[in-house]
Design a protein around this ligand. Structure first.
Ligand code: FES
Length: 243
């Protein structure tokens, strides 16, 4: 006999402020291989067409379906109900602007932080589309590839102690990007320029080292190793400057 699942889902529409935030209950019979993503779609199709949540790829690639699952940030499409108790509580990710119910606006947050940290290759070299590709050694290319796997789902930000108490903190995903450009030989920024961008309490020195970002990353990216790399490089730059 399969389990009956009870979903306690946060409901709120910031455009209809006269209706207070509330929890709504839905029940669903569990089937084999049921993911939260499919469960939410079944609830929306069969019980409540007004329920808001985001998804695009259903394959842990687009990063749209992040939410708090029994209090823990995670991806709805990657979470099987069989890994959860029969009572499942869902809230939207904190830190990000709420769109409604379980949907939040991670896009604007990531765009703002990308612009703030200059999240692209900085070089004075003139671009010539006819030039051959720039070469780099295999191990550097593989390392960059590993760090490019971030899907910007926001789980690391939502689970971060610092990001939850100060809204100007750039967060692990942005610091990961910085570490990716630090090792990229095509980026002309030296450590001094990186220091100007994230050598602050809004940047790397705001990280309390609680490790939640790495514990919660659905792509298992070694965030703490990369944050330690940035911190070490910038601390050495600070000592060199006798700050
Ligand atoms: S739907 Fe794309 S990551 Fe979950």
């Amino acid at each position: 006999m399969s389990r009956e699942l009870t979903f306690h889902v946060f409901r709120y529409d910031p455009n209809v402020t006269e209706i207070e935030p509330r929890m709504q209950e839905y029940r669903l019979r569990e089937v084999d291989g049921l993911s939260l993503f499919i469960a939410l779609n079944l609830i929306r199709e069969e019980q409540d067409p007004t329920l808001k949540f985001d998804f695009v790829c259903r394959a842990a690639i687009c990063g749209s379906c992040g939410m708090l699952i029994n209090g823990r940030p995670g991806l709805a499409c990657k979470t099987l109900t069989s890994t959860l108790p029969s009572s499942i509580t869902l809230h939207p990710l904190p830190v990000f602007r709420m769109i409604g119910d379980l949907a939040v606006d991670t896009g604007s947050w990531f765009r703002r932080v990308a612009e703030q940290t200059g999240s692209w290759i900085h070089t004075d070299k003139p671009f010539n589309p006819h030039d051959p590709e720039e070469r780099m050694d295999n191990s550097t290319a593989l390392e960059i590839h590993e760090l490019e796997r971030c899907i910007e789902c926001g789980c690391c930000i939502a689970g971060c102690g610092t990001a939850n108490i100060r809204e100007d903190f750039v967060g692990a995903a942005a610091l990961l990007r910085i570490s990716r450009f630090m090792i990229d030989p095509r980026d002309d920024r030296g450590v001094e320029r990186f220091f100007e961008v994230v050598g602050t309490d809004e940047g790397i020195f705001g990280c309390m080292g609680l490790m939640a970002c790495e514990d919660l990353c659905p792509k298992e990216i070694p965030l703490q190793r990369q944050l330690a790399y940035v911190r070490r490089k910038l601390a050495m730059a600070a000592l060199g400057r006798k700050i």
